[in-house]
Design a protein around this ligand. Structure first.
Ligand code: SAM
Length: 329
C-alpha cells in the first residue's frame, strides 16, 4: 500500500503524459508557452505502462487518470489506455483533457477501455475563450464534449476555473449549458500553480462566491456529505436533483485530510502532492535496471513522506517549482 504517516492511503494515480499543451490558459501558462521537457527525459509508452502496472499490482492503485499538459497530444494514448485496462485488478481509467481532438479520439479511447472523462471548459463565449486560452478553439472543445457523450464516456464531467474579470459571470450559464447536455459541472478554485506566478489570493473567485452566484438563480441542496469520501468536490443537487454541481474549494476549503492521490510526471518523477517541493525519481533507477520491487520501494517512501496539507494558507507558502502543466493536473 501507499501509506503516509497521517493515515492516508494513496489509491488514485494521476499520470501526466506530456507537459505540452495546445492552449495557453491564463491561470496555467504564459502566452508564449514554456520550455518543454526534452524528449529523451519523457517516459516511453512502455515505461508508463510498467509503472502503472507496478502501482496496480504492488501498491494498491485502483484508479489511473491520464492528464498533462494535454494528454490528447500524446500519440500513443489509445495504446496506453488499452494496456492500462488490461491490468489486474483492472483499474478505473480516466482522462482529463481540454477536449481539442476529442471529436476524433473519443470513440477509439472508449474502445480502448477508457471509463470516464473530464473536459475543461471555462467559457461559452468565443471571444472570452480567445482571451483566456489565447486560441480560437471553443468549437473544437464543444464538439469534443458531444463526441465523448456519444462514445458513452458518461457521465461526462466538465471542469471550470473562473477568473476575476474574465469569466466570473459565467457560473450560471455554464451550469445551465451542462444541465441541458447532461454533463456534470465542477468549478475549481484557481490555485497558485501557474508558470508566471501571477496568482493573487484577492483575485481568486472563491467557492463561496461561486455558490452565491449559482444560488441567486438556482436552488442548491448539499448532497449527502457521507458519500463524498476522498472526492475533492462538494456536490449540490440543483433544483432538487437529480442533476448535481460540484465545487472544488482547493484553497478556501482544503480537503488534504482525505487526499488519496499520488502523481507521476511525464518525466517519471513521483510527487506526493500537487504542491510538493520535492520529487522522487523513478525514471533513472528504472532505466538503470531496477526491479519492480525496488521501484515500488522508492514509490512507497515517496508517499510515506507526504505532508499533512498543501500549505497554501500558511504564511511561509512557496509555490512549487513546476507549474501545473508540468506536474499533471
Ligand atoms: N490539458 C488538460 C485540461 O485542460 O484538462 C489537462 C491538464 S490541466 C492542467 C487539468 C486541469 O487543471 C484543468 O481542468 C485546468 O483547468 C486545471 N488547472 C490548470 N491550472 C490551474 C490552476 N492554476 N488552478 C486551478 N486549476 C487549474
Amino acid at each position: 500500500m501507499l501509506a503516509d504517516s497521517y493515515g492516508r492511503i494513496a489509491t488514485d494515480l494521476r499520470v501526466s503524459l506530456t507537459d505540452r499543451c495546445n492552449l495557453r490558459c491564463a491561470y496555467c501558462m504564459p502566452p508564449e508557452g514554456l520550455d518543454w521537457l526534452p524528449a529523451p527525459t519523457l517516459l516511453t509508452d512502455d515505461e508508463v505502462v510498467r509503472l502503472a502496472r507496478i502501482g496496480v499490482e504492488r501498491l494498491g492503485i485502483t484508479e489511473i487518470r491520464y492528464t498533462g499538459g494535454e494528454p490528447l497530444l500524446r500519440r500513443g494514448l489509445p495504446g496506453i489506455v488499452a494496456r492500462t485496462a488490461e491490468l489486474r485488478p483492472r483499474p478505473e481509467t480516466s482522462l482529463t483533457t481540454n477536449g481539442i481532438g476529442l471529436a476524433r479520439l473519443a470513440g477509439p479511447l472508449a474502445e480502448a477501455g477508457l471509463d470516464r472523462i473530464n473536459v475543461s471548459l471555462d467559457t461559452l463565449r468565443p471571444g472570452v475563450f480567445r482571451t483566456l486560452a489565447k486560441r480560437d478553439r471553443l468549437a473544437d472543445v464543444l464538439a469534443g464534449l458531444a463526441a465523448a457523450a456519444e462514445a458513452g464516456l458518461v457521465p461526462v464531467k466538465v471542469n471550470t476555473v473562473l477568473m476575476r474579470g474574465v469569466n466570473e459571470d459565467e457560473a450560471v450559464p455554464l451550469l445551465r449549458f451542462c444541465l441541458d447536455h447532461g454533463y456534470q459541472l465542477r468549478f475549481i478554485e484557481q490555485m497558485p500553480l501557474d508558470a508566471q506566478h501571477g496568482w493573487r489570493r484577492e483575485n481568486m473567485v472563491t467557492a463561496d462566491e461561486i455558490l452565491a452566484a449559482l444560488s441567486a438563480e438556482l436552488s442548491l441542496t448539499p448532497d449527502d456529505s457521507r458519500t463524498r469520501g476522498s472526492a475533492p468536490a462538494e456536490t449540490f443537487l440543483v433544483d432538487g436533483g437529480p442533476a448535481r454541481v460540484g465545487v472544488i474549494g482547493s484553497v478556501t476549503r482544503p480537503f488534504c485530510g482525505a487526499c488519496d492521490r499520488v502523481r507521476l510526471t511525464a518525466d517519471g518523477q513521483v510527487r506526493n502532492c500537487l504542491f510538493a517541493r520535492t520529487e522522487s525519481n523513478l525514471r533513472d533507477p528504472m532505466r538503470a535496471g531496477a526491479s519492480d520491487e525496488e521501484l515500488a520501494g522508492i514509490w512507497r517512501r515517496a508517499v510515506a513522506a507526504k505532508l499533512p496539507g498543501h500549505g497554501i494558507n500558511d504564511p511561509g507558502f512557496l509555490q512549487p517549482a513546476r507549474p501545473m502543466s508540468a506536474i499533471g493536473g
